[in-house]
Design a protein around this ligand. Structure first.
Ligand SMILES: Nc1nc2c([nH]c(=O)n2[C@H]2C[C@H](O)[C@@H](COP(=O)(O)OP(=O)(O)OP(=O)(O)O)O2)c(=O)[nH]1
Length: 138
């Protein structure tokens, strides 16, 4: 199982560009990775976001459906997530990072498995009002 975090803030989602392997270098994905034995999916997302982005995240519900990858040998499952406190991501293991609004989702080339998830995410971003972080103390 591969889990990804669709980290949403102010109506935008964080997209990250892969460094390797070469066949997917420069393609865009959600931060995340393989769930380790004995680990929950939420714990895997928290661990991967800390490793890859140096941020704490709160993991919420699923977005999109499970997507079969690698000829059925793996599954991609994506969860909505939010940054904790004032944490701000740094691309420690990616070639780049972008915060994409709904109308910018197609401006990057996503990994193939991510395409249906991105489609499911789009209306969620549109529904979220643009607002300054932590407006209203929340
Ligand atoms: N993290 C992530 N991986 C994705 C996405 N879409 C997608 O097809 N993948 C694929 C790419 C990789 O083949 C696999 C995840 O591998 P990974 O290299 O990120 O996982 P990991 O950090 O646990 O890596 P490792 O321990 O094997 O080095 O899933 C996505 O949105 N996020």
């Amino acid at each position: 199982m591969v889990v990804g975090a669709a980290i949403v803030a102010a109506g935008r989602v964080l997209a990250c560009a892969r460094v390797n392997p070469p066949e997917v270098a420069g393609k865009w994905e959600f931060p995340g990775g393989k769930v380790e034995p004995g680990e929950t999916e939420t714990a895997a997302l928290v661990r991967e976001c800390a490793e890859e982005l140096d941020v704490r995240v709160e993991v919420a519900g699923r977005v999109g459906r499970d997507v079969s990858m690698a000829h059925g040998r793996a599954v991609l499952r994506v969860y909505l997530a939010r940054l904790v406190g004032a944490d701000r991501p740094r691309a420690l293991e990616h070639a780049g990072m972008r915060w994409l609004a709904a109308d910018e989702l197609d401006s990057v080339t996503w990994l193939p498995a991510d395409v249906p998830v991105v489609a499911a995410l789009r209306p969620l971003l549109t529904a979220e009002p643009e607002r300054p972080d932590r407006a209203g103390g929340g």
